[in-house]
Design a protein around this ligand. Sequence first.
Ligand code: ADP
Ligand code: MG
Length: 400
Amino acid sequence: MENFKLLKIEDSLKNSLEKMKFTKPTPIQAMAIPVALEGKDILGTAQTGTGKTLAFSIPLINKLILDKNAFALVMCPTRELATQVMAAIKSIISDKINIKTALLIGGEAMQKQLRQLSNRSRIIVGTPGRINDHLKRKSLNLSATKYLVLDETDRMLDMGFLRDIERVMKLIPDKRQNLMFSATFSKDIKKLAFTILSNPVQVEATPENTAVEAISQKVYRVAKAHKTGLIIKLISEGNWKQVLVFTRTKHGANNLTKKLIGAGITAAAIHGNKSQGARTKALKGFKDGAVRVMVATDIAARGLDIPLLPHVINFEIPNISEDYVHRIGRTGRAGAKGEAISLVSADETTFLRDIQKLIGEKLPVEIMEGFEPDPNASTTPIKPGQNRQPRNKAKSSGKG
Ligand code: ADP
Ligand code: MG
């Protein structure tokens, strides 16, 4: 599809899209929107940055314009993601489209949410936890829900939201349209899709159309104790701006952030232990360019909409291979080129092998002079959940 104008959607919606300078749908939008407009269920696979938000929001709003008694529920894994989805929805609801919304996320005062809910909000966007809080206190009634969206479903399951999703399913009408998106399709996702969706049309952004193609990937083999030095060198000598760095743990994120700041590089950490205010502030600073480096854990970074992110660095590579795909999906968004660099120490060798198996390619490996790998380091992998601190503190002191 060449242009949004060709879609069978309300003119008011077309006008909003035109105002936002959105003309050509992305591949997932071109596939999903016409199917969703027909009222069919969708099971969509597409990586981050492929434009899934509008793929479900355009048909959702169109439906609510046509049916004044219809309500929609959108579930997202994180507060940040829910906030972004709500912002995207609001931006295409023009003044002429009078549909009220409610954003139900944790870490924020109930009062505002209760006010929004009492105002006949027809679009509810939220995280499964907070949605259930409202269901429990009966401030949310889902009996008129005709449109359900599950965004980033794989991550919602990773975050343990299955029970919350199941509770919601018990309270919403059987007769409804469902759109479910996920970057990966595990057994659990398929099982959930089977219980929630009815005769879904499967849409998939083909690999050539995903962000991954535009990303150049590279591995530096490096001693654990040299990682911080190497990252500082790469960022300062490359004069990189807007760098997203992934660490495995919250503690690791804080630690690295301190060291970057110590080296004169503006940085902020974003992870689950940070208050909502601190996370919003960090993200804003990063988007504005006031903060060069954002150091994040996987869960915190999930779904953040940061357009045109040029650099992603894995300070530690993830032990869940799918997370690697999610992480590098943060770069090369909307067709722009990006670079993903992974710093790999000896104990991460097995994880690297697993990642290469998943993505079906061998990543080019480099060694930087002065930051060589430790030839005596053990290649025994670190256990999931274990903190990636050097086991032998004395050996690495002063550097890592
Ligand atoms: P995803 O949910 O797949 O990660 P998003 O919906 O967050 O992707 O979209 C990623 C970025 O692409 C956003 O900044 C969004 O504004 C932009 N975008 C979405 N659709 C289009 C389009 N049709 N044309 C240009 N940019 C778009
Ligand atoms: Mg998204």
